[in-house]
Design a protein around this ligand. Structure first.
Ligand SMILES: C[S@@+](CC[C@H](N)C(=O)[O-])C[C@H]1O[C@@H](n2cnc3c(N)ncnc32)[C@H](O)[C@@H]1O
Length: 266
């Protein structure tokens, strides 16, 4: 039976400790999504808040997964790692929350699908350089870890030519969000774009990191990544979501999530 292995740094940086506590608290809410997502078979995978089909975003198709060593940075309940395993990859799931990994381990047992689960932070991963062909993060390290720390780690862990695929809130979502994260996004700018980065939402102890597109591109290039594609996602016609702060009408008119596909050069 897979038990998550603790590879956490001896001392967690303050935002990593805060996010560990926060995600241990959120973990129970994410169980239904884990159960539904683990059950999806190759070709049926769905992404993000509006369940956009893999056939539209090709986050897995374009990664070259068959026979690949893959790491999921912030794997949560591990369903994306399970999707990668079913597509012929050898995944490793890394996450900062013991409780999220408990769900992942339980899902592994229920689906008789095992792969290593590591408890630790994406900004300090005690694995050798050039261990992976693919790294993926869906609302994981890409949102909750410091890009000035986890991006160099992702670059170090990938082999030359390796893929880094990311999905997270759009920059426009951030700019139009009220301080209270439970309130819906507005149709006007609510905050400056200059100075984006570390973000504390009102009433939350957790820390997120949001960047503008140009700040992302600068960091990708500084860490030896070539940008292959940026997709700005639109909610599918008739789409639904449980995230009430991202209304359908808004998500039909403006990009609500960003997908980045990158390749490590050299
Ligand atoms: C919204 S979940 C996304 C994971 C996955 N896609 C899912 O839905 O289960 C965010 C995850 O990022 C993890 N996380 C936060 N900070 C992290 C860090 N520094 N390193 C690795 N994982 C982190 C959290 O523990 C949480 O499980």
């Amino acid at each position: 039976m897979t038990q998550p292995r603790d590879v956490s740094p001896a001392e967690l940086p303050a935002h990593v400790a805060a996010n560990r506590e926060a995600w241990d608290g959120f973990a129970e809410e994410y169980v239904p999504n884990a159960e539904a997502s683990w059950a999806l078979r190759p070709g049926d995978e769905k992404w993000g808040m509006y369940g956009i089909p893999e056939s539209s975003v090709h986050l897995l198709d374009d990664a070259g997964l068959d026979g690949a060593d893959a790491i999921e940075l912030g794997c949560g309940t591990g369903y994306i790692s399970a999707w990668m395993a079913r597509r012929g990859a050898r995944p490793v799931g890394l996450d900062n929350s013991p409780k999220q990994l408990e769900t992942a381990a339980r899902m592994q047992r229920e689906h008789a699908l095992e792969f290593p689960l590591l408890l630790g932070s994406a900004d300090e991963v005690p694995l050798p350089d050039a261990s992976f062909d693919v790294a993926i993060s869906e609302y994981g390290a890409v949102l909750w870890a410091d890009p000035d720390r986890w991006l160099p780690e992702a670059a170090r862990l990938l082999r030359p030519g390796g893929r880094l695929h990311l999905l997270l809130n759009s920059t426009l979502m951030y700019l139009t969000s009220p301080d209270d994260p439970d309130l819906p996004v507005e149709e006007r700018l609510m905050r400056p774009q200059f100075g984006m980065g570390r973000t504390h939402w009102q009433g939350e102890t957790s820390v997120e990191f949001h960047l503008s597109h140009s700040d992302w591109i600068g960091r990708f290039r500084a860490n030896g990544f070539e940008v292959l594609e940026l997709q700005e996602l639109q909610a599918p016609e008739g789409g639904t979501t449980s995230y009430t702060w991202m209304p359908y009408e808004w998500a039909r008119r403006w990009p609500f999530e960003d997908v980045w596909k990158l390749r490590k050069t050299g």
